[in-house]
Design a protein around this ligand. Structure first.
Ligand code: SAH
Length: 697
């Protein structure tokens, strides 16, 4: 890009060919009276305001008002800022002669013209194409070659030219756009009006020092709304299909399309950018609107696109805390083994600890629940429950999965040893036939199916039936733990079947497992009484409605689909997604945890649409979005990525993508463009942890 240094002779000086002497005088008076007279001291700014012909940026019939100190209407219902405000913002941004400056909201181009006379180089972004064109022409006619006009969404900044020493936003947004903070140079200043759309705003200056951002209020102001991905939603769209740079200098064509940037959205991505609710930090994310959408739903399912991504775990915990605090949720149920979760449950509800020697979440994959993110939530839950009287209001923690055949068996036997030693003897004999497969339950199914072994089905089912039959009697003796023992006996029975059908293929065993998780969820809910509100943490593939995916087409169902069938719109299904980053996963079943990098998403995927929105993190409502087109546009089936315990990036298209219809699969989709692996709790740390800590026992 050619650039004209700000110090070049100014072709628009008071004696320029098109400059009437009357207007030059009016301009000088404006600088004196309205700027210097009201406290503007920045010499460069005063000089620039004394040189730039404001009349060239407004409709000709308004020229006589060019140097009145108030805003004037320009095209598209927008305004050219009042000269005093243009000067105030340039001064507040401390623009200097060496600076590279970004302006958001080119409007007429006047502000950019002033900035271009003070700074080394200026980029200005405008969302209305007609205005961008007009600003470009005005700047070009004046020969301001160091000012570049870009047509697009300014809330995403202009990464191509970042970092900027100063950023000036000439429209009022709900908050400071994260993208602009990122594009601010060390030592840089960002000036922006911030406040609710309908009322006035506060002019805010953010100063960056390293990774610290200091914010100052500079007083009340009133600007037109900043509309965009990280501004206000709504309004008409620009229709900008590609980022367009309109160079000011030279005989170049009126516009040049720059290299397509993923950050300036188009098509369905632009729509997503417009309606999505962006958020900055996870703990600071305002989930109020999401909670409003959840309304009175008693069952909320929160997914994850991998079993090893920190952001998914932390965001789920954040939402769950708010569901507990503000909506009366009292059960957290997860894709974890019943006995492990029961151990945590005893801890968070301040009941007696499990027998010593028990280690929660110690089977592969340990990092899935045995990580810092989960530990943080568990600590919070324990603290939350401490303040509550009576077990009713306390929040419980339950495991829905069925992999714990042997731990569950031991738990049932321990229970029976206590309450009914005779029954324990019988159960021990019946369960005995499982013993040879203790270290490799998957081989059990093979032995039964190939007829080399009679199987244990009858025995394990009888044990469960005995327990249920004895329920009343046992309850009087030891009611507290009967429920736990019964659930464990159910796990053994269903796990026995699970391993048996696993041999035949994945559909039946998948369905059995999800059926078990769903039924356990229902049992837990019933156990806690009518109206109990439950939040579920499982992988997207269990949580999203399977009938909207290729799993459904294969005959698979899942927890989300069964909940939808049972609860209809009273079940609220939330999916999560990411484009790239790192993830904790293994290369094969039973293998060690590795940090793997997640490849940028596939071109035909929903993830790519979200990535191209340019919004780094957002919540996207799908059930009843503010703009119905969102559902329509997202309805043609696309690929969706699922990373489980295993991740093989080399073959990810075959092994980690499936076809889905996102708006039918989920009611809400939560996006993190870049994500990082969970932090597992290492064994040596566990050894040193206080022995009251649940993971340490
Ligand atoms: N600096 C301008 C004042 C323009 S008023 C001047 O001196 O003339 C604010 C402008 O911001 C309007 O033109 C509006 O269309 C534009 N705008 C609002 N949201 C925007 C966004 N997200 N990206 C780019 N421009 C935006």
């Amino acid at each position: 890009m050619t650039s004209t240094p700000a110090s070049d002779p100014d072709p628009s000086g008071a004696h320029g060919p098109e400059m009437g002497p009357g207007l030059a005088g009016a301009r000088a008076r404006m600088v004196e009276r309205d700027l210097a007279g009201r406290g503007i001291v920045h010499p460069g700014v005063l000089r620039a305001m004394g040189t730039v012909p404001r009349e060239r940026f407004i409709p000709t019939d308004q020229a006589e008002f060019a140097y009145e100190d108030h805003p004037l209407p320009i095209a598209q219902g927008q305004t050219i800022s009042q000269p005093y405000i243009v000067a105030t913002m340039a001064e507040a941004a401390e623009v200097g002669p060496q600076d590279r400056v970004l302006e958001i909201g080119a409007g007429s181009g006047y502000g950019a013209a002033v900035l271009s006379r003070v700074a080394a180089e200026v980029w200005t972004i405008e969302r209305h194409e007609a205005l961008a064109d007009g600003a470009h022409r005005a700047l070009q006619d004046l020969g301001y070659g160091n000012a570049h006009v870009i047509w697009g969404d300014g809330t995403l900044g202009y990464p191509e030219a970042a970092p900027f020493d100063a950023i000036v936003v000439t429209a009022g947004g709900p908050r400071v756009p994260e993208a602009l903070l990122e594009q601010l140079a060390d030592g840089g200043r960002l000036v922006i009006p911030v406040g609710p759309e309908t009322r006035g705003q506060e002019l805010v200056r953010v100063r960056r020092e390293g990774d610290t951002f200091d914010e100052e209020d500079l007083g009340p102001v009133r600007f037109v709304p900043l509309v965009g991905a990280q501004g206000f939603a709504g309004g008409d769209t620009t229709g900008a299909a590609e980022p367009v740079t309109i160079p000011v200098s030279g005989p170049a064509p009126a516009r040049i399309v720059t290299t397509p940037s993923a950050r300036i959205p188009h098509g369905v991505s632009a729509l997503v950018a417009e309606v999505a609710e962006p958020f900055g930090s996870i703990t600071g994310a305002e989930v109020g609107p999401l909670l409003d959408r959840i309304g009175d739903c008693p069952v909320v399912l929160l997914g994850e696109a991998s079993h090893g991504t920190s952001e998914f775990y932390r965001m789920r915990a954040h939402i769950t805390r708010e569901l507990i605090r503000r909506k009366g949720f009292t059960v957290v149920a997860l894709e974890a083994d019943w006995p492990d979760a029961a151990r945590i449950d005893a801890w968070v509800r301040h009941r007696s600890p499990s027998p010593p020697g028990f280690t929660a979440f110690s089977r592969f994959p340990t990092w899935m629940w045995r990580n810092r993110e989960v530990a943080g939530f568990i600590d919070w839950l324990r603290e939350h429950n401490a303040g509550l009287e009576g077990q009713r209001q306390q929040v419980s923690f339950s495991g829905l999965d069925l992999y714990s055949m042997f731990t569950s068996r031991d738990a049932v036997l321990a229970y029976l040893d206590r309450v009914d030693p005779e029954a324990a003897k019988v159960a021990r004999a019946r369960y005995g036939c499982l013993t040879p497969w203790e270290h490799d339950p998957a081989r059990y199914g093979r032995a039964v199916v190939t007829g080399r072994f009679a199987g244990c089905e009858q025995g394990v089912v009888e044990t469960l039936s005995d327990l249920l039959r004895q329920r009343l009697d046992y309850a009087t003796r030891d009611g507290d733990t009967l429920f736990d023992a019964t659930q464990n006996a159910l796990v053994v029975a269903n796990a026995e079947r699970y391993y048996r059908v696993m041999y035949y293929g994945s559909v039946d065993s998948w369905n059995l497992r999800d059926q078990h998780m769903y039924e356990t969820l229902q049992t837990v809910r019933a156990q806690h009484g009518p109206g109990t509100k439950v939040v579920v943490w499982e992988h997207n593939s269990h949580v999203g409605d399977a009938s909207a995916t290729e799993m459904g087409a294969r005959g698979e169902h899942n927890v989300g689909m069964l909940c939808r069938r049972e609860y209809g719109s009273d079940a609220f299904l939330v999916g999560f997604g990411t484009d790239h980053g790192t993830v904790a996963a293994a290369s094969e079943w039973g293998g060690p945890m590795e940090h793997k990098s997640v490849r940028p998403s596939h071109a035909r995927s929903y993830e790519r649409i979200c990535h191209d929105s340019g919004v780094p993190a957002f919540m996207l409502h799908l059930r009843d979005p503010v703009r119905e087109e969102v559902r329509d546009e997202l309805t043609p089936p696309r690929l969706e990525r699922a990373i489980g315990v295993i991740y093989r990036p080399e073959t990810e298209l075959q092994s980690h993508y499936f076809e889905a219809v996102l708006p039918r699969q989920f009611d809400e989709y939560i996006w993190f463009d870049e994500t990082a692996a969970v932090t597992p709790l290492p064994a040596h740390e566990l050894a040193e942890a206080p022995d009251t800590y649940p993971f340490g026992l």
